[in-house]
Write a protein that binds this ligand. Structure first.
Ligand code: CTP
Ligand code: MG
Length: 243
């Protein structure tokens, strides 16, 4: 589906997991959080990013009714294309790229921004940064520096990391030039490789440069039930709202 003659960036929101570690009665993406379903926070941020010309929501087939009613109720003004995901995060991403393949190959889509519904605090500013960095360099990953790491040997002896190494914890949204991203996922599929995040497949199967840009510690991932408390407080507190 081509909506604009100029190449555009597309948002892909991954919500096709089942949230097993949360232990709730449903996929965590649909849990209520500060007044709305978790995934609606990400979709509302996307709606504030003019560079994002389309939004793809990747769902579990079982969640289709829940997804459509949530969108109708909570993000009625954002056009969202809903597709079924796969059996892993990687497969869900690959489904989205296959769905977009014709528009990526025609040049209508130049950037794909991939975001986990499990990170409801990512704001529009971080999404725009990811798109800008990806357009310039190839790939963009938000990172938060980790300074409290030490090494440990098999006996449990601790040691210092090499001072020249810096370590970051990576987050989503991650953005990539669309064509090398699609090619990387096809190559990964041919080798039956599954990356834990998008950048691991891109780094293994493409030549594009993947740059880290400044993430935000408040852009937390909601994995366990205790994470809901902090996410709820952060989302409810206007002074914590991420740009
Ligand atoms: N995801 C997906 N398709 C899958 C698995 C995960 O789209 N087959 C998405 C999740 O919906 C989530 C993101 O990838 O937004 C990060 O995954 P994670 O936090 O692990 O979520 P779940 O897989 O749902 O949770 P769990 O691993 O606890 O079951
Ligand atoms: Mg998972």
């Amino acid at each position: 589906m081509v909506r604009k003659s100029r190449p555009g960036a597309v948002a892909v929101v991954l919500a096709a997991g089942s949230g097993t570690r949360m232990g709730a009665d449903r996929n965590k993406a649909y849990l209520p959080l500060a007044g709305r379903r978790m995934l609606s926070w990400s979709l509302s941020s996307i709606a504030e990013v003019p560079e994002l010309v389309r939004t793809i929501l990747v769902i579990r087939a079982d969640d289709r009714a829940r997804a459509t009613s949530t969108l109708d109720r909570e993000v009625p003004d954002l056009p969202v294309e809903i597709i079924d995901g796969g059996s892993s995060r990687h497969q869900s991403e690959y489904r989205a790229l296959q769905y977009l393949a014709a528009d990526i190959e025609s040049g209508a889509v130049d950037i794909v921004l991939i975001h986990d519904a499990a990170r409801p605090l990512a704001g529009p500013g971080m999404m725009r940064s990811a798109i800008t960095v990806a357009r310039q360099f190839g790939g963009a990953v938000p990172g938060v520096e980790v300074r409290d790491l030490v090494t440990m040997d098999e006996a449990g002896n601790l040691g210092d990391l090499r001072p020249e190494d810096r370590h970051v914890r990576v987050q989503t949204p991650q953005a990539f030039q669309a064509l090398p991203l699609l090619h990387a996922y096809r190559a990964a599929d041919a080798e039956q490789f599954e990356g834990t995040d998008t950048s691991s497949s891109v780094e293994k199967f493409s030549d594009i440069e993947v740059r880290s840009f400044q993430g935000d510690p408040r852009n937390m991932k909601v994995t366990f039930s205790q994470d809901l408390f902090l996410a709820e407080r952060l989302l409810a507190g206007a002074h914590h709202r991420l740009k």
